[in-house]
Design a binder for this molecule. Structure first.
Ligand SMILES: Nc1nc2c(c(=O)[nH]1)N[C@H]1C(S)=C(S)[C@@H](COP(=O)(O)O)O[C@H]1N2
Ligand SMILES: [Mo]
Length: 325
């Protein structure tokens, strides 16, 4: 009989389901100490907030659905909306996937977006003005989480290049850093003080102005739901999902490469570039295949998540950089 001993990168995905595996024990200890009293009050609070959410219609709802840009197509079916909206990574609301209900407490109006750093002039933009100025369109994109699951989503939004043009960065700027809102009142994850809040991530200016980089304002023909990063979220489909930062309040132009949230948490496992590559394993699991959200089917992962024709050229002179983690 042949006994096969799996190597590190051959381990099943169930071992790869949490980016903060090594932090779990600590969180568990803390939550056990907090006990059931907290859970009960959280439940009451959520009901109140859900009521509030229902009462506040999105002021940009009339903009949707937007016209689909047929240049960005999929060769596999869209993920069911019900699946994509109930299985989410949004650590501000907790380090597990069932945060959708909790996220409804987030206040997304008024919402301002600051543009600062190496720009001709700092700007503070109201989200509703911004959305009405930007060229909205729908794109069908793949999304590949570093945890080896994926989904296919009809996003609405605008090319990030339009925002960079609006920002008028100085020629010395090389990166754009994005930052997620921090609202202690509605985001219980912020109390997990061992995480380096706020969540930030960044792109080079070349990446940010690549035609694929997309700022998401909607999904499935409606304003994007809170758990998916309302009212403004990034989609960079050739990179692992953690680069696609949610609920953005700030764009800072800089000449210094930022240390993103996951890199700061665990630099041995997550880096700045994070381009999808099935041949480069995560230190704790293989990236060769992925599980489709919804059907559960396992399919091979593709280099640059299938978007090489759009982005491979961005990396050809970067030998020596860790491009795929
Ligand atoms: N602010 C913030 N943005 C975030 C995250 C997060 O925890 N906080 N998780 C990232 C990860 S790991 C993934 S896979 C996607 C998940 O997006 P989804 O919940 O819409 O599927 O959001 C990314 N953006
Ligand atoms: Mo992810």
């Amino acid at each position: 009989m042949l006994i096969k001993i799996p190597r590190g990168w051959e381990r099943p995905e169930r071992e790869a389901t949490d980016e903060s595996h090594f932090l779990q024990r600590r969180r568990l200890v803390k939550s056990l100490a907090a006990g059931p009293v907290l859970l009960a009050s959280a439940a009451t609070f959520l009901t109140a907030c859900e009521e509030e959410a229902k009462a506040e219609p999105d002021p940009t709802a009339d903009l949707y659905p937007v016209k689909q840009n047929l240049r960005y197509r999929l060769d596999r079916p869209l993920t069911d909306e019900a699946e994509a909206t109930k299985y989410n990574n949004f650590y501000e609301f907790g380090s597990h996937k069932q945060i959708a209900k909790r996220a409804q407490a987030m206040k997304i109006r008024p919402w301002q977006v600051r543009i600062d750093g190496m720009v001709e002039q700092e700007q503070l933009l109201d989200i509703d003005d911004l959305l009405r100025r930007m060229p909205l369109e729908e794109r069908l994109y793949r999304h590949r989480c570093v945890e080896a699951w994926s989904m296919d989503v009809p996003w609405s939004g605008f090319p990030m290049k339009a925002l960079v043009d609006l920002a008028r960065p100085l020629s010395s700027a090389r990166y754009v850093v994005m930052e997620t809102a921090t609202d202690e009142e509605t985001m219980p994850g912020l109390a997990q003080s061992w995480y380096p809040w706020p969540y930030i991530d960044g792109l080079t200016i070349e990446e940010a102005t690549n035609e694929l980089a997309f700022l998401v304002t909607g999904a499935y023909g409606k304003p994007v739901p809170k758990q998916m990063g309302a009212p403004l979220r990034l989609a960079v489909p050739w990179k692992y999902g953690f680069k696609s930062i949610k609920s953005i309040v700030r764009f800072t132009f800089t000449d210094k490469r930022p240390l993103n949230f996951w890199e700061a948490v665990q630099g041995a496992e997550y880096g700045f570039w994070a381009n999808v590559n099935p041949e480069v394993s995560h230190p704790r699991w293989s990236q060769a295949s992925e599980r489709l959200l919804g059907s559960g089917e396992r399919v091979p992962t593709r280099l640059y998540n299938g978007y090489g024709e759009f982005v491979a050229h961005l990396y050809k002179d970067l030998a020596g950089e860790k491009l795929f983690m």
